[in-house]
Design a protein around this ligand. Structure first.
Ligand SMILES: Cc1cc2nc3c(=O)[nH]c(=O)nc-3n(C[C@H](O)[C@H](O)[C@H](O)COP(=O)(O)OP(=O)(O)OC[C@H]3O[C@@H](n4cnc5c(N)ncnc54)[C@H](O)[C@@H]3O)c2cc1C
Length: 554
């Protein structure tokens, strides 16, 4: 990184100011420049100067009690110039209420009670978290990967989505708008010029690379270190990641295999507001990043992108077959492969999928529809969240909902948010029946199921959230599934008092065990799953208890 981002600390008491600056310099001086100011006014002048030079500020640490300007006022003013900078307030015990109010009023990230000694326990862990959060979400003026292409290309979308979901920062160059980028692409020999073109800092250029080529170039961990693990987890959504954390922390030699990017469906969520312990909510990408760090630190091996294409049994081992043909064996296997959004089969949709029509949240595309009218299809929480996210960019978001009420499929907090948002319109009893456009989406035709009237509306983008299909083909001939393809587990396997076919053990299947001993299923992929992050995390972690019992017997 060429420019060191700034940590700005402000306090009117010189002794406290020097102590904070000293602690910050000792711990963060390598990567950040520590700047101090003796008053709110002085700090604001510093903020203005840094903004003019386009120098990034990562963190603002302000004392609440300052005579010329209190800490909350300073942080609110500074946030106008640096909305992404993380904000920490230093408080005395009596200021707690002000600080808590600040979480709502100015988006305060944290407040610290003075004194914070020892900093190793009371200061650095909190700031480490905030700074890694800032680094992961803020585009820095650094010399990183650049992706050049056009907005209306499905392969450009796939590349951006892959990089974004794997937390790889990149700069998007739209060659229809940016003449320098166009020239950069045109400098490539014509026979190699396929979009997107990905430029790496070391000078490598890849034209329309597939996921594997990108992953290899970036250095993602795709290949297993060992042929055998005690526990293999297929799927890196919340269920799989929770199992990896608990499995590794219990000392099991654990590998998790994820075909796209850790985080699963949750990783595509713009803001999860109902997950315990995050009062301000957190993005799915943030949750995934934290979970991967936690699982890896505890010793789990995470292979991504790597797809499991089959599962076979050779007692007492369970084998997973990878897409490159290699096999890994284990004693216990967890299927946590989740679901994906069902496709919308209407005339015209295939031609513009990836060029205006997107499945799931496609957060990477939101900023491209700034000031435009976009449509969201679906009435469940995922659709509601997407509408709340896109309304920050789009001039108008229209939700097309099949049922007669939003309340039928959505949590009340989201219904309230949607009702309170001016630029979101909700059309109930409405279905999309056709899509128009050749190179990109141009219009959609919708039908009201009450009146049977159809209407064709110009549309910049259509984001689709219409139900779920489980990813269970890999175990289709191995474990019992229901008619919709969801995996049956635990007590649901006992029919009229009988254990599943071929079940040879003297005990019933454990709660999260499938019809094959030692193969478990957790999260959305299970029959009757409650499709929530917390439920998936709960099941993923509980599985380890059953794995433990199972491993005692083999
Ligand atoms: C946009 C959106 C917003 C949401 N918001 C919320 C919310 O606010 N609160 C809430 O509680 N819930 C929310 N949900 C629901 C929640 O995300 C899911 O319930 C949860 O992610 C399920 O976790 P999971 O681990 O079971 O499966 P998934 O999250 O579906 O993860 C499964 C993973 O397995 C991988 N996989 C599949 N097949 C293979 C294979 N063969 N080989 C290797 N890997 C494979 C997939 O790539 C995927 O990463 C939301 C869902 C969506 C789509």
């Amino acid at each position: 990184m060429a420019i060191k981002p700034i940590i700005l600390t402000v306090d009117d008491e010189p002794q406290v100011l020097n102590a904070v600056a000293r602690d910050l310099r000792e711990h963060y001086g390598g990567e950040y420049r520590i700047v101090k100011a003796g008053s709110g006014t002085e700090a604001l002048e510093t903020v203005h100067g840094l903004k003019h030079r386009n120098t990034p500020i990562a963190l603002l640490v302000a004392d609440q009690r300052m005579p010329d300007m209190d800490g909350i006022t300073f942080l609110a003013e500074a946030a106008q110039f640096y909305p992404e900078a993380r904000k920490v307030l230093l408080t005395a015990y009596a200021d707690t209420e002000v600080a808590i109010a600040g979480i709502n009023s100015i988006g305060l990230d944290h407040y610290l009670m003075k004194p914070w000694d020892p900093p190793e326990e009371n200061l650095f862990p909190i700031l480490d978290d905030l700074l890694s959060d800032w680094l992961a979400t803020v585009p820095l003026p650094y010399d990183g990967i650049r992706v050049a292409g056009t907005l209306w290309s499905a392969s450009c979308h796939d590349t951006k989505d892959f990089l974004g979901r794997n937390q790889i920062p990149y700069q998007w160059l739209d060659i229809e708008k940016d003449m320098e980028a166009k020239a950069l692409v045109e400098a490539i020999p014509e026979n190699k010029r396929r979009l997107p073109v990905v430029f790496f800092p070391d000078g490598t250029v890849l034209a329309n690379p597939n996921t594997q080529a990108l992953a290899e170039k970036i250095g993602l961990h795709m290949h297993a270190e060992q042929p055998f693990y005690e526990l293999i987890i297929v799927g890196g959504g919340p269920a799989g990641l929770a199992a990896a954390v608990y499995g590794a922390s219990e000392g099991y030699h654990t590998a998790l295999i994820e075909k796209k990017a850790p985080g699963g469906q949750a990783g595509t969520s713009s803001r999860i507001e109902n997950y315990l312990g995050f009062p301000k909510g957190l993005s799915g990408a943030d949750l995934a990043r934290r979970a991967v760090a936690q699982a890896t630190r505890l010793g789990a091996e995470i292979l991504t992108p790597q797809e499991v294409t089959g599962v076979r049994i050779e007692d007492p081992y369970r084998y997973v077959v990878l897409s490159d043909g290699t096999e890994l064996s284990c004693k216990a296997l967890l299927i946590a492969t989740g679901v994906s959004v069902r496709e919308l089969n209407v005339p015209g949709i295939e031609a513009v999928t990836g060029a205006g029509v997107y499945y799931g949240a496609s957060l990477t595309e939101a900023a491209n529809y700034r000031g435009e009218h976009v449509f969201v299809v679906g009435g469940a929480n995922s659709a509601g969240q997407a509408a709340m996210f896109f309304c920050r960019y789009a001039s108008k978001v229209t939700m097309l909902v099949r049922s007669s009420s939003l309340k039928k499929g959505m949590s009340q907090y989201l219904v309230n948010q949607i009702n309170d948002t001016e630029n979101i319109e909700v059309c109930l009893r409405t279905n999309v029946v056709a899509v128009q456009g050749e190179q990109r989406l141009e219009a959609i035709t919708v039908k009201n199921s009450n009146t049977d009237e159809t209407e064709t509306l110009p549309a910049a983008a259509l984001f689709i959230f219409v139900g779920a299909v489980p990813h269970t083909d890999i175990v289709a001939d191995v474990v019992e599934r229901n008619r919709a393809g969801f995996i049956i587990t635990g007590p649901d396997l006992i029919q009229e008092g009988r254990r599943p076919k071929n079940w040879k053990l003297k005990r019933d299947p454990y709660l999260l065990e499938t019809s094959v001993p030692g193969i478990f299923a957790a999260g959305d992929v299970r029959q009757g799953a409650i499709r929530r992050v917390a439920a998936a995390v709960g099941q993923g972690s509980s599985t380890i208890n059953f794995v433990h019992k199972y491993l005692e017997t083999v």
